[in-house]
Design a protein around this ligand. Structure first.
Ligand SMILES: [Zn+2]
Length: 484
């Protein structure tokens, strides 16, 4: 006889039913709003190194809790974090987080429709939605997005402070890619996606739709701030445009220089590349197997990581990473470079000229500096004019200023290569956007009457006075688009 919900809840929340490590927990495969039912997973070891996690005590004993309980929310977040961190740890590889051996996780910090990574912890909230209260920390999509920020920060810490729209947007894209790749590690989800899409991986599915539940909650308050069926969709048709020419904000249906909006160009290209590569490597291109999906996703993740490591931090960062991906992909599979070039050219992330020349450039530079690891190279700090932000002295910012090993360019709408704007102009445009959107906390710096105030928005940056100079510093990467 089937148990009633009440019976399941009573049994699953009882402490005496805990069976300890080695038992199982219930968890979501992906977002709670995707329509799927929970699955049973082995108990995750949160203290496992590398990339351990810590939660405020007390934590619930492992057990198969029912959705809707705080214990279920804890274990579904824990399961997603362990799965995602294990996936990245072996691929990067990483021995520590940027913050040390253990990353703190705060699953419910109060009311907000958001989540963020602030180099101290992964922070999550709860908030109202038409279907009741939603918890951002209950969604594996959001949890693995925030964890993705922490992974990229540990891999390439210079990206944290770089004053560049493309760099900030790439951080968001990598975080969304982290959510997608972490989900693909689940065999049951791979099977479901291939079935749901009829083998055509690059089509709208619950894998491409990110954070459906938080998206619905934000949509109820701001109808045009998110996609119609999720927060962001990796299946989209956005093409690269130089963010310096884009508006600082726009409805979700259009592209803006706002990092979450602009991230969709790179995420869309990555997801499309995954679908195209899968069709090329599958024994039966119209019916790829879940094993072929897993190995292709993991290979492409490796290509992305190698490219990020080798790419100097420059103003047109999308083209630089894409160019490096094309360069390194041939070492994984000889069919990969051509497919990647096709996708990046269709998205205008790479110009035709760059797509065709990056591989020969690599050959001509072999033994010079093509494979330099830029991970430890600091960025140049530059003073930019700041009177229009209400400051009486210049503002010091970190610029996307690494030397280039080769010139990769994106394409304009007429297919001509876009010569990259210099790092200082890009920094000024980025900081203009930040002040315009109200994302900078003056933190007591500058005359109060000269400041531009935007109310209680979540700030991603703050001003810091040091030795009589004013610096712009990043404080966090967030995942939502909410007002507060
Ligand atoms: Zn984010």
């Amino acid at each position: 006889m089937a148990k009633s919900k009440k019976q399941i809840r009573r049994r699953s929340t009882a402490k005496k039913s805990s069976t300890g490590i080695g038992a199982a927990v219930n968890a979501w495969e992906d977002d709670p709003g995707s329509g799927a039912t929970p699955i049973t997973r082995p108990v995750p070891d949160l203290a496992k190194k590398p990339l351990a996690f810590s939660f405020p005590k007390p934590t619930p004993p492992p057990d198969q809790y029912h959705p809707g309980t705080s214990q279920f929310r804890f274990w579904t977040a824990a399961e997603a974090l362990r799965r995602g961190a294990d996936f990245w740890a072996s691929r990067v590889p990483l021995s520590n987080w940027e913050v040390g051996s253990t990353l703190k996780v705060i699953l419910d910090e109060g009311v907000d429709l958001n989540a963020f990574y602030d180099r101290k912890a992964l922070n999550f909230f709860h908030g109202p939605s038409p279907s009741g209260t939603v918890f951002s920390g209950e969604s594996p999509d959001i949890v693995c997005h925030e964890m993705g920020h922490a992974i990229l920060d540990s891999l390439k810490p210079q990206l944290w402070g770089a004053a560049s729209d493309e760099v900030a947007a790439f951080h968001e894209s990598f975080a969304d890619i982290s959510a997608i790749l972490s989900a693909i590690q689940l065999p049951s989800l791979r099977d479901a996606i291939l079935k749901d899409t009829g083998g055509h991986f690059y089509s709208n599915s619950r894998l491409s739709r990110l954070a459906e539940q938080l998206g619905a909650a934000i949509r109820a308050q701001q109808p045009d701030a998110v996609d119609r069926d999720c927060l962001r969709n990796a299946v989209n048709s956005f093409l690269y445009q130089d963010p310096i020419d884009l508006p600082p904000a726009a409805p979700a249906s259009q592209l803006s220089s706002e990092p979450h909006s602009f991230s969709r160009v790179f995420t869309g290209a990555f997801y499309e590349a995954l679908g195209s590569l899968l069709a090329v490597v599958a024994s039966d291109p119209s019916h790829p197997t879940e094993q072929e999906l897993l190995s292709t996703a993991n290979n492409l993740a490796g290509v992305l990581i190698t490219a990020i490591k080798q790419a100097p931090v420059v103003a047109n960062w999308y083209a630089q990473v894409a160019g490096n991906m094309v360069q390194v992909a041939g070492a994984v599979n000889k069919d990969y470079p051509a497919v990647l070039k096709g996708v990046f050219v269709r998205r205008s992330i790479l110009s035709l000229q760059s797509a065709t020349s990056v591989q020969s450039l690599q050959r001509s530079m072999t033994g010079v500096s093509a494979a330099q690891d830029w991970s430890a190279e600091p960025l140049a700090k530059v003073a930019i004019p700041a009177s229009h932000y209400g400051l009486d002295q210049p503002l010091i910012v970190e610029t996307a200023s690494h030397a280039r090993t080769f010139l990769a360019t994106s394409a304009a709408p007429d297919a001509s290569p876009i010569q990259p704007v210099n790092a200082i102009s890009v920094a000024q445009a980025f900081v203009d956007d930040l002040f315009g959107r109200g994302r900078v906390d003056y933190a007591g710096v500058g005359r109060p009457d000269a400041r531009i105030e935007h109310g209680r928005r979540l700030r991603s940056h703050r001003l810091v006075e040091r030795a009589k100079t004013i610096h712009l510093e990043r404080t966090l990467f967030d995942c939502g688009l909410c007002r507060h």
